[in-house]
Design a protein. Structure first.
Length: 351
């Protein structure tokens, strides 16, 4: 665990952090005889406090939700690192009230599969930096099954089984698990964990093209933060044909956040046609993100906004088009703004 925001107040902060952690460590110490005791190591790396818990928690997200020493900013899946941001006054308040809730574990917490949080850090002690430790997956290798299991093993929760095989290498098991999860009702207790793991395993889902079922389940176990990971996935994908297949699936996730992701692809000439079509399929929920393009400096994007709004625009779009037409200095775009306004009004009149 990396703790930020207290570099100049380390002596005062450390006892308070240990106090906030004591309930968690106490629970973990109640283990059967012969089990490995919990150990907490403290290091200062690049002026940041680094706490190493051994053995590491089996469920990183459940552990993060119990932390009461600051706001959770990032969870690194492969290196099993939780980054917390805090301040001394906040620590003092949390230490005094052990029942205080976690102040910062929300749907927008950053989940990284390849974080460079500790890269090139030099420890002030002789202990190797955490980033040099062997990488461990979020879901440790199961002792009761494999990533090819098509159903939970005895004693295993359905969600735990599904996330285990979704994080694995079997396409068939992945799709089976996704279909099972998609039929379940998301509950607040598991929503963050499930959506974060689904987002973090998007690059795996792309291989062997397991993406259709992956997108379907992300539409059910939905969070804005997980949906925004599609923007990174598309940005990093160099193969136009792969991006095309992914973009065509995205209207399944019917949200304004997904519309924002698709609007972001309109600036890529290779993706423009598919992104435009996807936004048209999404309908009125995509209107607000598309309207933002009317004021874009790039005239080609203002044109794209008109092309999409002709299909999905409402009275809100008519008002925005009128306002833009009054200040538009590009003759071609101005004509299109007026034509788009007329088409939307005609469509509305025919309803």
């Amino acid at each position: 665990m990396i703790v930020r925001g207290i570099s100049d107040k380390m002596p005062e902060a450390m006892p308070l952090i240990l106090k906030t952690l004591s309930p968690i460590l106490g629970d973990q110490n109640q283990k059967p005889a012969g089990s490995t005791p919990t150990q907490l190591e403290q290091h200062v790396i690049d002026k940041q406090l680094v706490l190493i818990l051994r053995p590491a928690p089996a469920d990183l997200f459940a552990f993060a939700q119990k932390l009461k020493c600051g706001a959770i900013k990032e969870i690194d899946i492969q290196k099993r690192i939780i980054t917390v941001e805090t301040e001394l006054p906040q620590l003092m308040a949390l230490a005094q009230n052990g029942q205080a809730g976690n102040p910062g574990m929300d749907s927008d917490v950053k989940v990284s599969a390849n974080s460079e949080s500790l890269k090139n850090m030099k420890s002030e002690s002789t202990t190797p930096a955490v980033g040099n430790q062997p990488e461990k997956p979020l879901l440790p290798k199961s002792t009761i099954g494999t990533d090819r299991d098509l159903k939970p093993r005895p004693g295993e929760e359905t969600i735990d089984w599904a996330l285990r095989v979704i994080s694995g290498s079997s396409s068939f098991a992945h799709d089976t698990a996704c279909k099972k999860l998609a039929k379940m009702e998301p509950d607040p207790e598991n929503l963050q964990r499930v959506s974060a793991i689904l987002a973090a395993t998007l690059p795996l889902a792309k291989e062997g093209f397991r993406m259709p079922e992956h997108v379907n389940v992300m539409a059910v176990w939905y969070t804005d933060g997980a949906t925004r990971e599609f923007a990174k996935l598309l940005e990093n994908e160099k193969d136009f044909l792969v991006r095309e297949k992914i973009i065509r699936l995205l209207p399944t996730i019917h949200s304004e956040t997904m519309a924002e992701v698709l609007v972001g692809r309109l600036s890529d000439r290779e993706d423009r046609k598919d992104a435009r079509r996807a936004l048209q399929i999404m309908g009125e929920i995509a209107e607000k993100p598309v309207l933002q393009l009317l004021n874009d400096p790039d005239s080609s994007l203002r044109i794209e906004a008109c092309n999409v709004l002709q299909s999905i625009g409402t009275e809100e779009a008519v008002t925005a088009l009128k306002q833009r037409a009054e200040t538009e200095d590009n003759a071609v775009v101005k004509t299109l703004l007026v034509d788009t306004q007329a088409k939307i009004e005609k469509k509305s009149a025919g309803k």
